[in-house]
Design a protein around this ligand. Structure first.
Ligand code: ATP
Ligand code: MG
Length: 223
């Protein structure tokens, strides 16, 4: 089954002499459960593409379907709910809530959704795998950058979203922890048939994925 379909998507920023063609006509589709790497130089359009797929930004042209749903057709409120239920984000900046503890940050997507029961056993398992269970009562500003990144990863996994969009999730981690995090993402993807789209600058990690999308100047190279 196809979970994501990107159709001739373009994203332009600015006007006239300030025009930036961040994404310039990208098309691809992704099967449910696959782990896809997005690679390419700095400024090639990787984060822009992820933001468009997640509905955080609107394409200048083209269409994006997530689980068959044209995300541009959703009203703002519907889009928020759709995102919370179906998509997990791991950003380059961690975007944690500063006034919530590690545990409450991770539980947040689950507690915000009245239809869901908060699965404390699962949260404990994720935090332990990520090596931050001991930090669960700390506030984000008491953690290192890498620890904050792991909290953001835990938060993205907690709802077991069908689609996970990860922007260099291991960028700030030492190689040992990065390998553990990759293992967790892979296992999560397998166990829950989750689709992961992950930006990475690490060639070895990219090679270990099911597919690699190489982006250059806003265009897909291998298609
Ligand atoms: N909000 C914005 N307004 C104007 N230009 C933008 C905006 N966001 C991104 N760009 C431009 O679009 C291009 C693609 O940026 P993007 O952040 O997608 O690159 P990237 O591939 O994620 O790079 P990196 O590997 O450094 O994170 C860049 O030239 C960038 O300057
Ligand atoms: Mg980026």
């Amino acid at each position: 089954m196809e979970i994501l379909k990107v159709q001739n998507v373009k994203k332009y920023y600015g006007k006239k002499e300030n025009l930036v063609k961040a994404v310039e006509g990208i098309s691809f589709q992704v099967e449910k459960g696959s782990f896809v790497a997005v690679a390419g130089q700095s400024g090639s359009g990787k984060s822009t593409l992820l933001n468009l797929i997640g509905g955080l930004d609107i394409p200048t042209e083209g269409k994006i379907f997530v689980q068959g749903q044209d995300i541009s057709k959703l009203k703002r409120k519907e889009q928020t709910v759709f995102r919370r239920r179906n998509i997990g984000f791991i950003f380059q900046n961690y975007s944690l809530m500063p006034e919530l503890s590690v545990y409450d940050n991770v539980a947040l997507p689950a507690t915000m959704d009245f239809r869901r029961r908060v699965d404390h056993t699962y949260i404990e398992e994720i935090l332990k795998t990520l090596g931050i269970w001991e930090k669960r009562k700390k506030m984000p500003n008491e953690l290192s950058g890498g620890q904050q990144q792991r909290v953001a990863i835990a938060r993205a996994l907690v709802n077991r979203p069908a689609l996970i969009l990860a922007d260099e999730p291991t960028g700030n981690l030492d190689s040992r922890t990065a390998i553990d995090v990759m293992g967790l993402l892979k296992r999560s993807s397998k166990d829950f048939d989750q689709t992961i789209i992950m930006v990475t600058h690490n060639e070895e990690m990219a090679q270990s994925c099911d597919a690699i999308l190489y982006i250059k100047d806003g265009k897909l190279m291998n298609s």
